[in-house]
Design a protein around this ligand. Sequence first.
Ligand SMILES: Nc1ncnc2c1ncn2[C@@H]1O[C@H](COP(=O)(O)OP(=O)(O)O)[C@@H](O)[C@H]1O
Ligand SMILES: [Mg+2]
Length: 286
Amino acid sequence: MGMPVEEAMQQVQTMDRNVLLDARNVTMQFGGLIAVNDVSLQVHSGEIVGLIGPNGAGKTTFFNCLTGLYKPTFGMVTFDGKPLPPKPRMVVREGMARTFQNIRLFHNMTAIENVMVGMYSRTKTNAIDAVFRLPRHRREEIASTRRAQELLEFVGLTGVGDTLSRNLPYGDQRRLEIARALATEPKLLLLDEPTAGMNPQETRQAEELIFKIRDLGLAVLVIEHDMRFIFNLCDRVSCLVRGAVLVEGPGDVVQNDPRVIEAYIGSPAAPPAATTDPLNGGVADA
Ligand SMILES: Nc1ncnc2c1ncn2[C@@H]1O[C@H](COP(=O)(O)OP(=O)(O)O)[C@@H](O)[C@H]1O
Ligand SMILES: [Mg+2]
């Protein structure tokens, strides 16, 4: 016999109590292409979860399904116990913020203005209006500016508040995007390839920053290709291949799973190329 019913129920309740994001059987189809295929993923509060997988595996599409950019073809997403609202702006207000694989900043605004856009995206005020407020709002503006400055410092951007975001080095733009996301006061932060294009030192700093964000009490869901980065950082990792979850579990388990290694570097047992291989022997020399 299994465990008593009460005990089992209690265990389920304890497990589910801290579930912040609950994506169940999410499928996203574009015409005939199934970009995300029946993916389920949970993120608990205070947890850092990694999402890995080869290019085209569906990671970004899955993020888009979680943040109101796409409406999944099938499946169900709840955040903080409620069904996900249908628009990105509403998702932000519920407490989920993200960054993009291709950085999306307001390039002609300064760093601090970009962060302030994040702060105002929670309210009904038009974000752009809010940045260029009238003098009567001055006092509020001073408080907002101070808060934005703190966020810039938190992500390691000191002294660049007045720099136009397009003039910042690439790594700093990535950090600025994180500061803007944090300005929306999220419970869960989604990062799409936060270290893409970074050098090893910047990557280490990004890792420290994500730990610092978790220490503030936020949960983090991060897509990344850098395996060392992911397995250092994450409590749990899910590996997507061709839209579906291949392996999910604690970092050290996923890291050593031969299927994951194969997904990245190809089958180690691949036979050597035969003479009939069209790339080697099938075509007459020109
Ligand atoms: N808006 C879209 N319309 C059609 N196909 C898309 C769209 N977005 C993504 N795809 C396709 O879905 C698949 C998964 O893409 P993506 O989610 O960007 O992968 P990843 O982020 O894992 O590299 C790819 O084949 C991509 O071409
Ligand atoms: Mg992607």
